[in-house]
Design a protein around this ligand. Structure first.
Ligand SMILES: NC(=O)c1ccc[n+]([C@@H]2O[C@H](COP(=O)([O-])OP(=O)(O)OC[C@H]3O[C@@H](n4cnc5c(N)ncnc54)[C@H](OP(=O)(O)O)[C@@H]3O)[C@@H](O)[C@H]2O)c1
Length: 249
């Protein structure tokens, strides 16, 4: 039997990269899946790629007030939720001197505040058992230049795996982190670098990875399927690193 048969799953930021591949794998395992994103055209392309059963919802993870609206949409659609993958992230990397209040707040809102209030608003919908997966990053564990706000916001998000598991495990809700290492997604293209600079950055990033190559979205999605499924029922309040050895070697 498929591993997620009959489960209802919401993935934030599912029109590209890790979120899109996770939606594909969740559906292949029998889940009913909704994804969010900010761009209607990108969501339409995702639906074309994954099929008409995929539900797409416009929602900005960094808009705190908008999280109640997203939870309402899920309530209207399904009236319940078995799996939440907090995947949408602001990946801005800047030297300390270049941050301003707007870029700082946007990153914190998208990576921490929005997800926190989304979980709060979805609370009445979670089934027993259910699984919340928080997309962190291996950057939380290393001192990568320019990652100050990104790594801090992901560290805050990952801390919710412990505290919210402590608070919610009695209701059958498990919360765990899933931290990718450098992964080959369209995220790098979105930095808008000239081709030569992008190639140089890619080379620098690959050199960071003891495994010698970037991960694929499928590598991360396999772990998300495990964390979403009841196979991981004894994993509670922890973090799964899928990072080619970056944090530990
Ligand atoms: N790629 C890596 O090397 C890597 C490493 C460690 C951790 N991660 C984490 O993995 C997650 C996914 O990254 P990715 O590499 O798959 O990126 P990606 O290919 O750029 O995909 C990001 C997805 O999230 C959506 N998104 C971005 N900001 C959003 C917002 N404010 N509200 C709603 N949706 C939003 C994007 O759609 P729209 O832009 O159209 O809204 C897109 O669907 C992120 O949390 C990132 O921090 C990635």
């Amino acid at each position: 039997m498929a591993r997620l048969t009959g489960k209802f799953a919401l993935i934030t930021g599912g029109s590209s990269g890790i979120g899109l591949e996770t939606a594909r794998q969740f559906m292949a395992e029998g889940a009913i899946v909704a994804i969010t994103g900010r761009d209607e055209a990108a969501l339409a392309r995702a639906k074309e790629a994954l099929g008409a059963d995929l539900i797409t919802l416009i929602s900005d993870a960094g808009n705190i007030a908008g999280q109640a609206e997203l939870a309402q949409a899920i309530k209207r659609l399904w009236g319940r939720l078995d799996i939440l993958f907090i995947n949408a992230g602001d990946v801005t990397h800047l030297p300390l001197a270049d941050w301003n209040e707007a870029t700082y707040q946007q990153a914190i809102n998208t990576n921490f505040s929005g997800p926190f209030f989304l979980i709060q608003k979805l609370l009445p919908l979670f089934t027993r058992p259910s699984s919340i997966i928080l997309c962190g990053s291996t950057s939380v564990h290393i001192g990568l230049p320019q990652s100050s706000v990104y790594a801090a916001s992901k560290a805050a998000l990952l801390s919710l795996a412990r505290t919210l598991s402590g608070e919610l495990i009695g209701q059958g809700i498990r919360v765990n982190g899933l931290s990718p290492g450098p992964t080959d997604t369209p995220a790098m293209k979105k930095l808008g670098l000239p081709a030569e600079e992008e190639a140089a950055l890619r080379k620098t990033i690959v050199e960071l990875v003891p495994a010698g190559e970037l991960g694929s979205p499928a590598d991360i999605a396999h772990a998300a399927v495990y964390l979403a499924s009841d196979e991981s029922r004894f994993m509670v309040g922890t973090e799964m690193l899928v990072d080619g050895g970056v944090a530990n070697l």
